[in-house]
Design a protein around this ligand. Structure first.
Ligand SMILES: [Zn+2]
Length: 202
């Protein structure tokens, strides 16, 4: 599927379900890839309105703003995104945003080291035995077992709460329908898994 075809499909997905953060995120990412930063920025801002904890969306929004020569806006986005990524323990977006901030001659924002130290990639269990979900950051109920087999299933079980998983199941059905994915095709399965990882921010 070429980039313009992807853009068309993600546009359909974002329009059909305006509160679907994944549709806007995928659209923004594809628009940035197609070097359409103005439109990409609109989509990514929408993602952050829907979910202010989506660290990767800050990274991409800042990249779009840099391409539009909106340096001051990019710095603001990066500083907010850096703190969110540090708090969530999202190592890769955090490092990417730190690099860009330094390139723009900025200092890195202070982060609460107690929170930032919790940078392991799994969901954590606090003292009273409640499970903290990596995606929503809430102490939510944990799944009884991995939702499917394999490494990805184990990651989902380790990091994601029942509520976020159910949200994805609904979203995943939309992804299959909107993108017309034939899941018997290994490439389609790969794309589905990629969307799942992005939605759940694994
Ligand atoms: Zn959750």
């Amino acid at each position: 599927m070429d980039i313009n075809e992807q853009i068309t499909r993600f546009q359909t997905m974002a329009e059909a379900d305006p509160n679907n953060e994944l549709g806007h995120y995928s659209l923004g990412k594809a628009l940035l890839e197609a070097n359409r930063p103005e439109e990409a920025a609109d989509s990514l801002e929408r993602v952050l309105q829907l979910n202010g904890r989506y660290s990767k969306a800050y990274e991409l929004l800042a990249a779009a703003q840099v391409r539009m020569s909106q340096e001051a806006a990019a710095i603001g986005t990066l500083k907010k995104g850096y703190v969110v990524a540090a708090e969530r323990g999202d190592v890769m977006p955090k490092e990417a945003m730190a690099k860009t901030l330094l390139e723009l001659g900025q200092q890195l924002p202070e982060v609460d080291t107690a929170v930032a130290g919790d940078s392991d990639t799994s969901g954590s269990t606090s003292g009273d035995g409640t499970f903290q979900c990596r995606r929503c950051g809430q102490a939510e109920s944990r799944m009884e077992e991995a939702p499917f087999k394999g490494d990805l299933g184990a990651q989902v079980y380790a990091k994601i709460c029942t509520r976020c998983w159910q949200e994805w199941v609904g979203m995943g059905t939309k992804v299959i329908n909107e993108l017309g994915l034939p899941l018997a095709d290994p490439k389609a399965q790969e794309m589905y898994d990629q969307h799942m990882s992005e939605f759940l921010q694994l």
